[in-house]
Design a protein around this ligand. Structure first.
Ligand code: ADP
Length: 433
């Protein structure tokens, strides 16, 4: 700073001293001093003008000034450059933040004090059916649902509110808002429909399991109480009573076995296509036919039409369990004397194993729900024939683990066909061997 004063004083001297010298020689000191000062002021004014213009420009070109002005320009240039790079960093950070919030699956909206929208991400546009044109508008005017407006006005910071979606009544949302920036709020909305659905499925499942186990348990308790109350029973009568406990106990056991199998299937990683050993389906199907005949005890004719010889990349026990469940259902839901046909087919859609019966058949409204856990068309009949309501759920889960699907075709009174369709990727046919 001191240098600037020395420099400027020296410059002033360069204007004044020659004028004084000349003025002294020609005896016009005052006039020449006045002219020298005027020239100095004009010079300063030119410098100032250059700096002024330079300040209004992009600052890249040098204003070509000297002395104190040069120093001033240099200091301004340095400050502006620093603030420019700080601004650039900040806007980069803001862009990165907005990019990551944009990618978020949850809706995010920035609101001002009056609930006017300042910013929103794509998920918010989708969740609340908003568009970029709504920026600047009041959210409470755009979504007029009373519970939503009440949430906007009265919700406590970060507290979660669950409510029906204002856009689709079948969807549930979890909303929370929190302070954000100066005088702003961030509104976060998550779609929890799936979580709610799973929650209610779990509750329903627990209620079903309890109900299924309670029925045979009540029977067992009833027999045990009557055994306890009657002191004068003979050994044969006691044996008879105890024998009656067998069926409900077997039923409970079967339910637990099926539930354990299902939970194992749910937890285990699916059967990997590459790791799965190839199963000779000819051998497996012959065994299944034999087991079916054993179960039917001659009440049905079981026919195996194995049209193609293939090896299936699959877990043997699981495939065996799935097909045997279908054969067992065909036997249990068919009147005596009917045919049960196990048939295979290989075409461009894949490898299909179907089990057909000439039994009761299933009304169309039930068909899509048969693979739900504990779903039965006729619960009484199912229990009568020893069903747990879990068989088709197990079949479905096994098939899913093998990238396969279950196809149900049924006509009430005529019969049903349950088919397992495996993708060609799981098939190793004779031709490929
Ligand atoms: P369940 O142990 O009760 O047999 P499943 O899950 O195996 O349970 O089958 C669900 C329901 O589907 C059965 O209760 C029955 O009403 C119906 N069902 C299954 N297979 C057949 C079939 N082959 N014919 C008629 N109804 C069937």
């Amino acid at each position: 700073m001191r240098n600037i004063w020395i420099y400027e004083s020296w410059r002033l001297a360069r204007f004044v001293l020659p004028a004084l010298l000349l003025g002294w020689v020609f005896n016009v000191e005052v006039l020449l001093l006045f002219l020298a000062l005027l020239l100095f002021i004009l010079h300063q004014y030119r410098q100032f003008n250059k700096v002024y213009k330079w300040l209004g420009s992009s600052l890249d070109a040098d204003p070509e000034v000297t002395g104190a002005w040069e120093e001033l320009v240099y200091r301004i240039y340095r400050k502006r450059k620093r603030s420019r790079s700080r601004k650039k960093n900040l806007s980069n950070m803001l862009r990165r933040f907005q990019d990551s919030v944009s990618m978020m699956p949850d809706a995010a909206i920035v609101l001002d004090k009056e609930n006017n929208i300042l910013w929103l991400n794509p998920a918010a546009r989708q969740t609340l059916n908003l568009s970029n044109d709504d920026i600047g508008n009041n959210l409470a005017n755009l979504i007029r649902m009373p519970t939503f407006v009440n949430f906007l006005k009265n919700a406590k910071d970060s507290e979660a509110y669950e409510m029906q979606s204002p856009v689709d009544e079948k969807e549930s949302l979890d909303l929370r808002q929190m302070p954000y920036g100066v005088g702003q709020r961030l509104l976060l909305i998550r779609n929890i429909t799936q979580v709610q659905r799973l929650k209610s499925m779990r509750q329903e499942f627990v209620a079903n399991v309890s109900h299924e186990l309670r029925t045979p348990l009540t029977v067992i308790l009833g027999y045990l109480e009557s055994l306890q109350d009657s002191d004068d029973l003979t050994a044969d009568e006691i044996k008879l009573q105890l024998a009656k406990l067998q069926a409900p106990a077997y039923r409970m056991n079967q339910i637990v076995v099926d539930l354990l199998l299902l939970s194992r299937l749910d937890l285990d990683v699916p059967a990997d296509l590459n790791d799965s050993p190839s199963q000779d389906m000819q051998v497996l199907l012959a065994m299944l036919k034999k087991d079916g005949e054993q179960l039917s005890q001659g009440r049905h004719t079981i026919i195996l039409k194995n049209n193609v010889t293939v090896k299936l990349k699959a877990v043997e026990t699981e495939i065996y369990s799935a097909i045997s469940n279908l054969i067992s259902n065909a036997i249990r839901y068919s009147p005596d004397g009917g045919d049960i046909i196990i048939e295979t087919r290989l075409d461009k859609n894949g490898y299909q194993i179907s089990v057909s019966d000439q039994g009761l058949g299933i009304p169309a409204i039930h068909q899509s729900r048969l693979t739900e856990r504990f779903y039965r068309v006729d619960a009484g009949r199912s229990r009568e024939v020893g069903g747990t309501g879990l068989g088709l759920a197990i079949v479905n889960q096994i098939l899913r683990r093998h990238d396969a699907r279950l196809i149900i075709m049924s006509t009430p009174g005529k019969g049903s066909t349950f088919s397992c369709l495996f993708p060609l990727s799981r098939v190793q046919s004779d031709a490929q061997d």
